[in-house]
Design a binder for this molecule. Structure first.
Ligand SMILES: [Mg+2]
Length: 386
């Protein structure tokens, strides 16, 4: 086991990466047309040579998020003990979040660093992250999600869904937020084709107005849809309040809410009951565990959002294995996601024939990043959705 001084953080480095999405694999959804994939990988090295890997969400400007980590956060955190995770979290909270508001960029950067520190802690202890967090290697139910199952004719959507169901998935998340007529026809078609044994979830990616929800909610209720995710932008609290009164389908959100302070409001207002913090956005493992504990006291489950890379996906399964109120793991079933399949030495998860996943058994998050892959996929500046 390394000595205390070996745990001192020697270097922090953030690497923004991208790859273009081929035209045939592009998906249209509520936030636009996906044209490339971005991520920010955070590497932390200690004096003793331990290496931690984390992922910060790109915030649609991956170069900027990486720059924040490579300048301000690097200056604040290098020289600290890598296992003093709460103390480091508080340094960034005091310097960045508390004094400048709940800024998205700072929270994304903090999230990536935090995950890398938990990876180091697991490696230091020689334990997989879920064990460090007090969890067990339980079966985690999984739904087919990610940037997939988008706006296409119902027949083609059925053909995209069929192999997923044959593979073992018991739940699918469909993209809505297009127009309510086509959205209703797609959900109805999938429900008719695959029957009631499949759980259907929907995600509008902020594409709806309140009137749209007024139109579609009776159909979601009738078709027994599990949740309607992000009909509105994260901060549009009034529309969520009004939408809650329109039917019984649960409202979901959280991938664009930051820290326990914003989740506290969601929970207390009781309009959004499906909570979806993202480890690479909401404040890292440290903060999402706090959110999960807060939600647990209200008997609400956590269904983490899990873009973009294998690191966040594997970390999300560790999280779900550790909390008492675990919900679904979101599997990214998009075609040709290089960050899921080729960034690391092994796949972040395997969905079995019962539609469940289990955590990786290696120390830390359990994945080694291929540094040649990082070099070969330099950042492409600009928005990933147009
Ligand atoms: Mg979503």
């Amino acid at each position: 086991m390394p000595k205390y001084k070996d745990l001192i953080i020697k270097e922090i480095k953030a690497i923004p990466i991208s790859f273009p999405i081929e035209i045939e694999n592009r998906v249209r959804l509520g936030i636009g047309n996906s044209i490339k994939n971005d991520a920010v990988i955070v590497k932390v090295i200690t004096e003793g040579g331990l290496i931690g890997w984390g992922e910060a969400h790109h915030g649609r400007c991956p170069g900027a998020i990486a720059h924040l980590i490579n300048t301000t956060i690097k200056m604040l955190v290098e020289g600290q003990n890598a296992t003093d995770i709460n103390a480091i979290w508080n340094i960034i909270y005091r310097n960045q979040l508390a004094s400048h508001g709940m800024g998205t960029g700072a929270c994304l950067a903090l999230s990536g660093l935090d995950l890398a520190l938990w990876d180091i802690k697991g490696k230091y202890l020689g334990l997989p992250l879920y064990k460090v967090l007090g969890g067990s290697r339980k079966s985690i139910p999984t739904y087919a999600g990610g940037v997939a199952l988008g706006y296409q004719p119902t027949e083609r959507l059925i053909e995209e869904a069929r192999p997923l169901i044959e593979q073992g998935y018991k739940a699918l998340k469909l993209r809505v937020g297009d127009n309510t007529t086509d959205d209703i026809s797609r959900i109805t078609g999938i429900r008719k084709e695959f029957g009631e044994s499949i759980t259907l979830l929907t995600d509008a990616n902020t594409g709806y107005s309140l009137n749209d929800v007024r139109t579609i909610m009776p159909f979601l209720d009738e078709l027994n849809v599990g949740w309607l995710e992000e009909p509105f932008p994260a901060h549009d609290y009034r529309s969520y309040y009004e939408a809650k009164k329109l039917g019984r389908t649960a409202l979901a959100a959280g991938e664009n809410h930051y820290t326990r302070f914003e989740f506290n409001r969601l929970i207390e207002e009781k309009n959004i009951t499906i909570l979806q913090p993202d480890l690479s956005k909401s404040g890292g493992m440290t903060e999402v565990i706090r959110v999960a504990n807060l939600a647990s006291s209200w008997m609400l489950p956590i269904h983490p959002h899990s873009s973009k890379t294998a690191l966040n996906m594997a970390a999300s399964i560790h999280l779900l294995s550790a909390i008492d109120n675990s919900g679904y793991f979101e599997a990214d079933v998009s075609k040709n996601n290089l960050f899921r399949d080729h960034l690391t030495d092994e796949k972040p998860y395997n969905v079995d024939e019962n539609g469940v996943v289990r955590a990786i058994e290696k120390p830390g998050i359990g994945l080694d990043v291929d540094e040649v892959f990082l070099k070969n996929h330099p950042v492409i500046e600009g928005s990933s959705y147009i």
